[in-house]
Design a protein around this ligand. Structure first.
Ligand SMILES: [Fe+2]
Ligand SMILES: [Fe+2]
Length: 448
């Protein structure tokens, strides 16, 4: 068996060799291959450590190949290079990977390459680089479709202005400006139309799709309101906690919020077996007739049921990750302890049988959802919620999850955990703070 690191090295050497071969076959300047290889090395060894979860080099290569072949065939077939829809690549990479730096590097590579295949046209390359930079900045963090269209219009204007400046402020070919303006708008329309396809191909989710999932008329959220109101409210609080904590550590807050809204949809199949939905006294006795091993199965099954339901409603795979990972392989402690109490003599109990199947959270966002979920559930059981007891509880829950190894496969650092704890404490104190009791004398009422 070849080791993964050796395999990666072989893949890298083969990729660079293919790059040089393609340049030679298409008679493209070899400096393009040198530039691309350098950027490739930079992305692989530098950015990868920071943003390993948000993009893959394969996806970036695919985007680059798309613009390369579009440009190559347009230029070779004599179509004006002003019609090349260059901006679709920086716009798509910014929206899909939520990374400005990656999209800027892609713009540098693509503009240099297009300049080279159009006969070392320096001005064309510079013009595309400028529009690439601006279009990336304009769509960065976009949460609405209108922002993308507006970015297309502004990019079109910037492209036309760049040409005007390059022609020493003289209107040489007036129709060129209109082509560049139309080019920007067409690019934004192509980006909007192709986003769902790229989301599917790259297995990612954009802010725009995420916002569609916040709509409370979504059938799954509607079912939660009607059939499991306690779980729905719990999910909203977990969403608020996760969003704020993600923002504190530089993770994607919107993704964590939406993932949290849907993390417990599996409880819809048996909502009455979960404490947050047990309003009446008799509801809380649901587990009394069941053996701890059976109760554990009912509880643990909400993860599998959730994944099945999410697939049925065609939720994005990034959201399904939250359902699968929000308990990691934690112990169902309450029923494990109950089973221990009921243990007959000489009987043995396997702790592993009381653990969720996992996997453990892989992303910062789903790890924060796991912490927020546990902290929210534990805080509801607090008898006297006050800032001190909440702080103690938050630290205890996070420490326990850390020691239990639930955060082993995500990128959260100890400093991140401190920031997350501070956010949880602030928000939960806001929810549970005791209201100041006003004296209800007649005088005070009249003053109000
Ligand atoms: Fe859950
Ligand atoms: Fe939950």
């Amino acid at each position: 068996m070849i080791e993964a690191s050796v395999k990666n090295k072989i893949k890298f050497i083969v990729s660079v060799a293919i790059l040089f071969l393609v340049c030679l076959l298409l008679k493209v300047d070899l400096s393009v291959a040198i530039l691309l290889s350098t950027l490739f090395i930079y992305l692989k060894f530098s950015l990868k450590n920071e943003y390993s979860k948000t993009y893959s080099l394969l996806n970036l290569n695919f985007l680059f190949t798309v613009i390369f072949f579009i440009s190559y065939f347009m230029i070779k077939s004599g179509v004006s290079s002003l019609w090349i829809p260059f901006c679709i690549i920086p716009m798509l990479s910014t929206i899909l990977f939520n990374e400005l730096r990656v999209s800027l590097l892609l713009s540098v590579a693509a503009s240099f390459t297009i300049a080279s295949i159009s006969g070392n046209n320096f001005y064309l390359g510079l013009g595309f680089l400028i529009s690439g930079i601006f279009s990336s900045i304009l769509v960065f963090g976009a949460r609405k479709r209108s922002v993308i269209i507006r970015a297309g219009v502004v990019t079109g204007i910037i492209q036309a202005m760049t040409l005007f400046i390059m022609q020493d402020f003289q209107l040489v070919h007036p129709q060129s400006y209109l082509i560049l303006l139309a080019n920007g708008i067409i690019c934004s329309i192509i980006v909007l139309g192709s986003l769902p396809v790229f989301e599917y191909l790259f297995k990612t989710v954009t802010n725009i799709s995420l916002l569609e999932l916040t709509d409370s008329s979504h059938p799954l959220l509607q079912r939660m309101v009607m059939e499991a109101a306690g779980t729905y409210n719990h999910s909203l609080v977990v969403g608020n906690l996760s969003d704020a904590a993600c923002q504190a550590v530089g993770a994607n807050g919107l993704l964590a919020r939406i993932g949290s809204y849907y993390h417990d949809i599996g409880k819809l199949s048996k909502p009455e077996y979960f404490s947050e939905n047990q309003i009446l006294v008799e509801d809380s006795k649901k587990h009394d007739t069941l053996k701890p091993t059976m109760s554990k199965l009912v509880i643990m099954n909400h993860v599998k049921e959730g994944v099945d339901l999410a697939k049925k409603y065609k939720l994005n795979p990034r959201i399904i990750e939250f359902i699968q990972e929000h308990h990691g392989n934690s112990l169902v402690y309450y029923f494990y302890r109950k089973a221990l109490e009921n243990l007959e003599e000489k009987e043995e109990l396997n702790q592993e049988g009381f653990r969720y199947p996992g996997p453990k959270p892989k992303s910062k966002e789903s790890a924060i959802c796991l912490l927020a979920d546990s902290v929210e559930a534990a805080s509801r059981a607090l008898k006297d919620p006050n800032p001190n007891s909440i702080e103690e509880l938050v630290h205890k829950v996070i420490n326990n999850k850390f020691i239990d190894g639930q955060l082993d496969e995500c990128d959260l650092t100890l400093r991140d955990l401190e920031k997350i704890a501070a956010v949880f404490k602030r928000i939960l104190s806001g929810i549970y703070h005791s209201r100041i009791t006003y004296p209800d004398t007649k005088d005070d009422i009249s003053k109000d």
